[in-house]
Design a protein around this ligand. Structure first.
Ligand SMILES: C[S@@+](CC[C@H](N)C(=O)[O-])C[C@H]1O[C@@H](n2cnc3c(N)ncnc32)[C@H](O)[C@@H]1O
Length: 257
């Protein structure tokens, strides 16, 4: 069953297809955050990866854990995930809405997510459902965006401000909101830590501008011609290792009693 129907449409439509076709590009954007998240994984863990997308963190968790299962709304992204994990015997993927997915009770020791938990229509219900899937004493660790970081500069060049902190997909980037949501969902020992990491959007400014212009949220809001307008602001972030924009996340950990 899917209750986040708008999200399901987006992630099974243009947005999901773009991510599914460019796993390496999106991983270059988000991989520098991985060490913060993966420090939660312990040998022997049965891991559930929420909003796993093309499965990068599912595969990485499975290197340490005994098993890792990714759940996601997006069939195109899961098709890529399954292909990239076809040689890994302890990795599986399920299509479902994590808010209502009928996970077996107490089946996992750890639930993780790299930016896959920011889109729930009812976050309390979603985290209660995820908590039910955790064994008593089980752990939750996720990364949410707490701001747009350096991405705010090229986005400002498009003439619209990024959404304010604490709203929309940034809501779970606010420690107070996270604490309230997770407590209401039945979690304890909630901790939050701001973490920053360089996000590589492209080999040079032109490459990054073209990729960002094709990224769903910018394509949707800015339409044609966005790449030309993004280019000047991106030149300031060119390095020999690519166009590096500082990203701002919140690392959240909690425990199911
Ligand atoms: C920003 S992407 C992150 C993907 C992946 N975790 C990564 O780091 O590459 C967000 C992901 O969350 C998934 N998602 C959004 N809402 C979801 C829900 N209610 N249940 C399961 N997956 C969801 C989307 O389909 C998408 O794959």
């Amino acid at each position: 069953m899917i209750v986040n129907t708008h999200q399901a449409e987006a992630w099974n439509g243009y947005e999901g297809t773009h991510w599914a076709s460019h796993p390496d590009r999106y991983n270059a954007v988000n991989d520098a955050f991985n060490p913060f998240l993966l420090e939660a994984v312990r040998p022997g863990d049965r891991v559930l990866d929420i909003g796993c997308g093309t499965g990068r963190t599912t595969r990485l968790a499975a290197l340490t854990a005994s098993s890792a299962e990714g759940v996601d709304l997006s069939e195109p992204m899961l098709a890529t995930a399954r292909d990239l994990a076809k040689d890994l015997v302890n990795v599986t993927f399920t299509r479902g809405d994590a808010q209502v997915c009928p996970f077996p009770d107490s089946a996992f020791d750890l639930a993780i997510s790299r930016f896959g938990i920011m889109f729930f229509g009812d976050p309390v219900a979603a985290f209660a459902n995820i908590g039910r899937a955790l064994t008593p004493g089980g752990r939750l660790a996720f990364l949410s965006m707490r701001g747009y970081g350096d991405l705010a500069h090229p986005v400002a060049a498009l003439g619209f401000p990024p959404p304010p902190p604490g709203a929309g997909p940034l809501a779970l980037g606010e420690p107070e909101t996270v604490g309230r949501v997770l407590t209401e969902a039945g979690f304890t020992e909630v901790t939050t830590r701001p973490v920053d990491a360089p996000q590589n959007w492209g080999a040079d400014a032109a490459d990054a501008a073209a990729f960002l212009a094709a990224w769903g949220p910018i394509r949707h809001a800015a339409g044609d011609g966005a790449a030309e307008r993004l280019l000047p602001a991106l030149r300031a972030f060119e390095t020999p290792g690519g166009v590096l924009l500082n990203g701002e996340a919140l690392l959240v950990c909690a425990r199911r009693p």
